[in-house]
Design a protein around this ligand. Sequence first.
Ligand SMILES: NC(=O)c1ccc[n+]([C@@H]2O[C@H](COP(=O)([O-])OP(=O)(O)OC[C@H]3O[C@@H](n4cnc5c(N)ncnc54)[C@H](OP(=O)(O)O)[C@@H]3O)[C@@H](O)[C@H]2O)c1
Length: 351
Amino acid sequence: MADYRVGVLGATGTVGQKFIHLLRNHPWFRVTALGASHRSAGKKYRDATNWIESTEMPDDISEMTVTTCEPDQMDVDFVFSGLDAGIAGDIEKSFAETGIPVITNARVYRQHETVPLMVPEINPDHLELVRSQTFDSNGKGFIVTNPNCVCIPLVMALNPIATAFGVESVILTSMQAVSGAGYPGVPSLDILGNIVPYIGGEEEKIAREPMKLMGKLENNRITPASFPIQATATRVPVVDGHLLSVAVKLKNNPGDIEKVKEAVRNWKSPVIDLNLPSAPEKPVRLYDDPRYPQPRHQSLAENGLQVGMGRLRASSVLDVAFTALGHNTIRGAAGCAILNAELLHAKGYLG
Ligand SMILES: NC(=O)c1ccc[n+]([C@@H]2O[C@H](COP(=O)([O-])OP(=O)(O)OC[C@H]3O[C@@H](n4cnc5c(N)ncnc54)[C@H](OP(=O)(O)O)[C@@H]3O)[C@@H](O)[C@H]2O)c1
């Protein structure tokens, strides 16, 4: 049985807390170090953290002392990072340079040409890129990233359709939960009883990251996919779960919406046979009932790792339209990073 000592960088934040929650009984990964800012370092985790998870803080973790995010402060085999993007770059690099693999949610390295931007069910072959990284001369330290929390449900829902019929263009509106903005996040006076019709920097990420994710690995580099995505990113008064309304122009429209539904239902995850401990049995579920999926009711399906699709129908303007839902801090962040680490272990990259 694998047994890794794991550090969590940004352990006190929204995503960091989700790591603590999801790793509490993990069969392979044991949390042995917690890193955050100078404001938290030196304090017990329970004193440094404004715990917003709905489950109790694990006793052993609550007693641990938070350190600064420096490699010599942490006796670990690898780290998960839920660091603020503004400071993640140098910190994550320092771990990789010291020979400690970093599996991160922050956006800094997502477009780096040798850093895989990973969702295990979409592009597991892209992991091979880590072999070309040169952060650490003996190749032990590397960086693996997961995409933005909208791109994950978007690409998971789109992939079965793209594989069967090809995609020409996408128009979408995201309705994003407040936990996506971290803690304390969006001021209550801005969001209660309201919708904020713009999230800075988000639409560019939604247009760009799916191209790398759905790109092809050729000669140790990714040749990106190429189709336009027009996104409108909005913040809505929902706690967890990003809901997307998506319309797609296909390359080869089968002209029969039942064929599109069949492609989604018959799609099989390329990593299902690896039996990764956190992998959902059904990564994408298509609902027939037009009321679903809803953030409050379905975002925790399969421990928050299933993407829900609904209202799959012929579009009167493009070819097909649907809704997609993903839990932003689980499927869209910590849960996806844990799946990435499980895949790294299963494929022998973690040493
Ligand atoms: N929330 C989501 O749904 C989501 C989804 C996907 C990706 N992400 C990405 O995940 C990352 C974390 O997001 P979040 O929502 O968890 O943010 P957050 O709640 O604001 O947490 C930020 C974390 O970074 C730490 N930090 C801040 N400045 C630091 C410094 N100078 N040195 C070391 N640690 C520092 C904070 O520690 P202190 O408590 O000590 O300040 C805290 O632990 C971001 O890069 C975000 O873009 C978030």
